[in-house]
Design a protein around this ligand. Sequence first.
Ligand code: NAD
Ligand code: MG
Length: 397
Amino acid sequence: MSRRQGITILGASGSIGQSTLDVVRRHPDRYRVVALTAHRQIERLVADCLEFSPLLAVLGDAGSAAEANRLLREQGSKTEVLHGEAALVAAATLPEADMVMAAIVGAAGLAPTLAAAESGRRILLANKEVLVMAGELFMRAVRAHGAVLLPVDSEHNAIFQALPADFSRGLTAAGVQRILLTASGGPFRNASLADLQSVTPAQACAHPNWSMGRKISVDSATMMNKGLEVIEACWLFDAPPELIQVVVHPQSVVHSAVQYSDGSVLAQLGNPDMRTPIAYAMAWPERIAAGVEALDLFRIGRLDFQAPDFERFRCLQLAYDAIAAGGTAPAILNAANEVAVAAFLAERLPFLGIARLNEAVLGAMPALPESSLGEVVDADAAARRLAEQLVAEAAFA
Ligand code: NAD
Ligand code: MG
């Protein structure tokens, strides 16, 4: 390799961000960190800046940035510290950033990730909310500016690996019959509706197979995560929703599969460790060591599959409804869900209230065409306001 690839990590202090730094740490000859961002985790970001010496570090507010700046100067660091959305965009579009890991959670990641697409970077996309909120706009920007989009979400990374390299000429032309999107089913796969009434945040965040941030852990427990992933897959692979079959697979070893017209099914398997899809996206089309333990099929012994239950996991159905409604409907659902999950984590909404709140907001707001970022941002804000109001009124308590 002629020179090291520069990487910006948006959301460096999070679960995906830290796994990305772990892969970078194993390949100092290939990668150089050029920018790191975190919302409020000052100490984590400062420690990572001291280890990786990026050009730029970004925090969420002026106070956090001033504190990080003071700590870094004390240690003789030359990393510049900025804050706010414009600074996130600057991190995503630094001339030295060959690739951008988009690992901010939620809607906050939209503007910088879109900016990375508009400046034609290689985007390693973990932040699925970008595609859920603004799939049409984002994919248009990727195509118009020649950005390279590599999915990091484990299922989408698996599908990408199982598809032919030229899948963008059309899935039917490539002989694809179905995309089999696997789901662990989360911690409540076998729980009854009655059991689900009394679920606590701690129970919802204890995922059986994956270690993840709190928001996505709750989304896995409601299966909203799988719903968001159906929408994500529609945009990434230009697939109609009916082509995507969710398959519950409790072991989380088959990360997803593609079924072809000749009867073949190509799947990607591996231990549930996000460093595999991260390393794949970083090195594509090559492969590099990720520090992941080799898969031991003898130890796993068996792989189980079952159909999803759309009644207990209402959020999954809501995602299909939103994609069918089109336009801003997925952004509305995503915004309602972010408010619902935060309210659940703050013990202001019961677990089953998440789906009820999402359904109420999705049903109450018209889906408008997704013609500009402004419309998406407005729909997102209006959905949040309505959701907050319903939580405050204890409408689903
Ligand atoms: P996390 O909560 O561990 O980390 C989130 C990161 O975003 C942190 O660095 C945080 O500082 C930053 N952040 C949060 N709010 C912000 C704001 N308002 N402005 C700027 N930065 C902000 O989350 P995670 O589990 O690492 O997930 C990150 C993204 O990757 C999510 O979109 C998630 O759906 C997706 N994803 C995660 C996993 C996983 O295994 N963790 C798997 C697939 C996809
Ligand atoms: Mg996933």
